[in-house]
Design a protein around this ligand. Sequence first.
Ligand SMILES: Cc1cc2nc3c(=O)[nH]c(=O)nc-3n(C[C@H](O)[C@H](O)[C@H](O)COP(=O)(O)OP(=O)(O)OC[C@H]3O[C@@H](n4cnc5c(N)ncnc54)[C@H](O)[C@@H]3O)c2cc1C
Length: 364
Amino acid sequence: MEKLDTVVIGAGVIGMAVAAKFSESTQTLLIEQGEQFGEHSSSRNSEVIHAGLYYATNSLKAQLCIQGKELLYRHCEKFHVPHKRIGKVLTAKTTSEVNTLHTIAAQAKINGVDDLQFLSKTHIGRYAPHINATHGLWSPSTGIIDSHQFMLSLLTKLTQNHGQYVPRTQFLAARKTCNGYIVDLDCDGDLFQIQCQYLINAGGLFAQKNASLIDGLEKKYIPKLHYCRGQYFSYHGKHPFSHLVYPVPEKHGLGIHATLNLAGQLRFGPDTHFIHDLNYQIDANDKNKFVQAIKQYWPAIDDTKLFADYAGIRPKITQTGAQDFIIQSSNTHSYTGLINLFGIESPGLTSSLAIAEQVLKDIG
Ligand SMILES: Cc1cc2nc3c(=O)[nH]c(=O)nc-3n(C[C@H](O)[C@H](O)[C@H](O)COP(=O)(O)OP(=O)(O)OC[C@H]3O[C@@H](n4cnc5c(N)ncnc54)[C@H](O)[C@@H]3O)c2cc1C
């Protein structure tokens, strides 16, 4: 049986960041059940580098988003990953929305984000012409990134450190031994066993299922999973946006906001909708809902230029409110060398490099 130090399950941005980090000091194997890396959440998101404004004091999201943002900007420079510190404007019109902007600014300050600026109606016009808002909050450290190129750079780092990446390889089961794990894999139809010391479950929307395949791991350590779909509609035509524009956040997401990709293409989303099955299908009937939400801040939208684009699915662990990332180590489940990553929704892309550092610390 082949032996190595670390097996990482799942080549999304989190598993890839973890594998790249672990490959600096351990012999690392990254497996992916799909044909290619990043086919799930890591290629179905807004590609925004978040500043870290909204997250609860001392939460992992607040801590790892802010650390991750700095690490990510440095990584992008070093590995020539296309990105842009484009900035975002949060907009408000009603008294209650203006109060929310103040709450967000105060929370951002507690989190360590000290570069926000309040904008008057005139100033908003400079950052976001044709936007219907009376108050704004400008976040200059928010950016956009080419997530595919970012994942490629992580793969390069892994292979430069002599780590291995194997697609079409599914994690089937693991058993604890006295000094690690015996892991069963299905490699394109062939069954293999591997012995490792560290096992990292970065399975995203499949993390709960993977955890249930670890022999003896009690069910109480596996949080319930709820799929929360977020759809995007893209805008094909001239537009006035040169920064990201957000409404005030909603209960389960950040509201249907305007983002740009690095080619300047405008897209709107994601909305939030709890679904039962893992299904990325877009509901074209939701176009009207999108148009109404966008008109709140961009009344001049030409809705004939808005087209259904793609959807992503958030791995929610609760349907009732805010949730934090779960990086579950032996401190919780007492399985030395095992880390389960649950509920890694937004800002997971931004936080990925910091999550990888945290996993390395927590492994002991
Ligand atoms: C709609 C939406 C918008 C978002 N916008 C942003 C944003 O703008 N900025 C930001 O910072 N974050 C954003 N995020 C969050 C970010 O996209 C995720 O946190 C991140 O992509 C999660 O990566 P992951 O590696 O955990 O999961 P995934 O990308 O889903 O990867 C998990 C991988 O594990 C593989 N896998 C699972 N089980 C097995 C197994 N048994 N064997 C082998 N392989 C397995 C899967 O096939 C998959 O490829 C958004 C998320 C969504 C859904």
